[in-house]
Design a protein around this ligand. Structure first.
Ligand SMILES: *Cc1c(COP(=O)(O)O)cnc(C)c1O
Length: 515
């Protein structure tokens, strides 16, 4: 089977499938349409006896264009595809900032309980009191862990939570006659979603430089403040893996200038149970349940990025939210106050709420603190084991939950950060985060999380060490040619992101299915 330059099999037709049977690691997986064909259905249905006339002329005239597959064919296709991907269940996934934790099976068991899994958002609330109680309990944990006044559970991801938090800030300022504030301060080390969120809401973004030690320049924040500034969006611990030492001073300066403090809480896993962000002066912060609280990434989207809000922003929380009423718990769908309305359909991702609360209850408050401390310990272990071969850009502070290296150790080797990461694939590890944060040249950001044992960390460090020494020894082909052992070699990632082919088009030479 040959590959065209989009990384898709070519010339397979339906027969190409046969050549791949029996292999557990398939080099190529045909499309559903190349396995089945659009002229047959995978199931036998009796002819409909209802007259077409009842459809009022809306009956389909064109072929359905669905691949006709049997259930085992469809299932095997997706199982084979899943084996082509690296996953947290098959190996270490040290992707910095993304916090790829183990997803405990207990979470999955709880999420499948019929009282949570088999309910419908339009059911009468009297029949879903248990589910509402779970949402209420999760809200309580999130507000307690952060020391905040309110929480909006419904945003579907961290980026969506950022949007909601900044919308709440905008609404609060408009209500206070401060709608003219149009500038949002964003440190240079921020995740791209921060400036994107601010720009999406019509703010202009002002970048705040990082100091040479990797932390935010407090004086630069103070110098940038004016009556035009609406908010700062600051990540803490920041994306260099450092706890911002002057975060309280920054919060005070922001508030004194009449602005709000949006905290990007993607790295909350490093401090949960140890530091309450509300005590640092934050006004809004999203919590990525798929990072901090071990719910799965992917598989239809991360699912849930709740936002905690300070007392000043609580009146601007979106609907719906859970409240204790005369007849038990109720889902408040409308309010007269400044609420933003809703940000998602229904109440958000119930399945993720169940998994996150399961993680919280199975750890307890002290167990969450221990998990944060173990995540920090693991990252510091990696840094300590590798800093004699790798170059460390920031050395003034101990690292939090992730270890950051730059590419200066590769100087003169002809190997880039990208090549190095690709070589890790051949060793069975998912690459670390590359070229982020942008403030570090050729950044490699490694986050082991608390999930990994010392044995796994040692194996990872052994491989990293061996690769670094090999690069320095001049064996650059091992890196520039990598990956050799993956189902795909180097892809045109920019093109894949910019012009993805998401829809199957009927090739001209295929016959039209019978109507
Ligand atoms: C992951 C992440 C985000 C975005 O979160 P999503 O849930 O992926 O939308 C924002 N900021 C930082 C620092 C992150 O690591």
């Amino acid at each position: 089977m040959s590959m065209n330059n989009q990384g898709r099999p070519t010339g397979t037709g339906t027969s190409g499938f046969a050549s791949t049977s029996g292999s557990s690691m398939l080099p190529n997986e045909p499309l559903l349409f190349e396995i089945g064909d659009t002229e047959h259905s995978g199931v036998d249905l009796p002819d409909a006896k209802i007259s077409n006339a009842r459809l009022g002329g809306f009956e389909r005239k064109l072929p359905l264009d669905l691949a006709g597959l049997t259930e085992p064919e469809a299932m095997r296709h997706y199982v084979r595809l899943s084996r082509l991907n690296h996953s947290i269940d098959s190996g270490m996934y040290p992707l910095g900032s993304c916090t790829m934790k183990h997803n405990p099976r207990l979470n999955e068991k709880m999420a499948r309980l019929p009282g949570f899994a088999d309910i419908h958002p339009l059911q009468p609330v009297s029949t879903v009191q248990g589910a509402l109680e779970l949402m209420n309990e999760l809200s309580h944990w999130l507000m307690t862990l952060t020391n905040t006044a309110a929480v909006a559970l419904s945003p579907k991801a961290g980026a969506h939570g950022e949007l909601l938090g900044m919308m709440a800030i905008k609404a609060a300022q408009e209500a206070a006659g401060q709608g003219h504030r149009k500038i949002v301060l964003v440190p240079e080390s921020a995740h791209g979603t921060n400036p994107a969120t601010a720009a999406f809401l019509g703010y202009s973004v002002k970048a705040i430089p990082a100091r040479t030690d990797g932390t935010v320049d407090v004086q630069a924040v103070k110098d940038a403040l004016s009556p035009e500034v609406a908010a700062i969006m600051l990540t803490n611990p920041n994306t260099c893996g450092l706890f911002e030492p002057q975060v309280i001073e920054i919060a005070k300066a922001i508030h004194d200038a009449g602005a709000f403090f949006y905290c990007d809480g993607a790295n909350f896993n490093a401090i949960m149970g140890v530091v309450r962000p509300g005590d640092l002066g934050i006004d809004a912060m999203h919590i990525n349940l798929h990072k901090t609280f071990s719910t799965p990434h992917g598989g239809g989207g991360p699912g849930a990025g709740p936002v905690v809000l300070s007392a000043a922003l609580a009146p601007f929380a979106p609907v719906p939210f859970v409240r204790k009423g005369d007849k038990g718990l109720e889902l408040v769908e409308h309010t007269q106050t400044g609420a933003l309305g809703r940000i998602t359909a229904f109440q958000g991702q119930m399945g993720m709420y169940v998994r996150a609360l399961t993680y919280m209850l199975s750890h307890g408050g002290d167990g969450l603190a221990q998990a944060a401390e173990d995540a920090v310990l693991n990252a510091n272990y990696i840094k300590a084991r590798l800093e004699h071969v790798f170059s460390v850009p920031f050395t003034d502070y101990p690292t939090m939950h992730e270890a950051l290296f730059d590419d200066s150790f590769l100087d003169g080797t002809g190997v880039t950060t990208l090549d190095f990461a690709k070589a890790l694939i051949d060793e069975g590890f998912h690459p670390m985060t590359m070229y982020f944060p942008l403030v570090v040249h050729g950044a490699m950001l490694i986050e082991p999380t608390e999930s990994e044992s010392k044995q796994t960390l040692d194996r990872f460090c052994d491989v990293m060490e061996e690769l670094a020494l090999d690069a320095k020894a001049g064996n650059s082909e091992r890196f520039t040619a990598a990956p050799l052992n993956a189902p795909r070699r180097r892809l045109d990632e920019t093109r894949a992101a910019r012009s993805p082919i998401l829809k199957w088009e009927r090739p001209d030479d295929l016959p039209q299915a019978a109507e």
